[in-house]
Design a binder for this molecule. Structure first.
Ligand code: ZN
Length: 87
């Protein structure tokens, strides 16, 4: 009795779309900004992971955050809880 053909594998959509973590204003990535480096934060997280874990301005829908320099240049925007996030 011949072996049945294996069923074709059904492609599955990725459950999360990779997004680029980037300062919405200056376009820099966390690893380009010293303030998020492990040397600066004292954390064992990478710069990107640190922003994901700790950066309050991170917009989790699009990956945009606001680095400290831009945040100050923008006049330190605030918003009611849960707080201001980058557009
Ligand atoms: Zn910036």
């Amino acid at each position: 009795m011949p072996m049945p053909d294996p069923l074709p594998s059904i492609p599955t959509a990725p459950t999360t779309v990779p997004i680029e973590i980037i300062c919405f204003n200056c376009g820099k990535r966390p690893d380009e900004l010293f303030e998020y480096s492990p040397e600066s934060t004292g954390s064992n997280l990478s710069a990107v992971d640190y922003v994901i874990a700790e950066e309050g301005t991170l917009n989790r829908a699009n990956g945009h955050f606001c680095c400290t320099g831009c945040y100050i240049r923008l006049g330190q925007p605030t918003a009611p809880a849960p707080g201001w996030t980058a557009p």
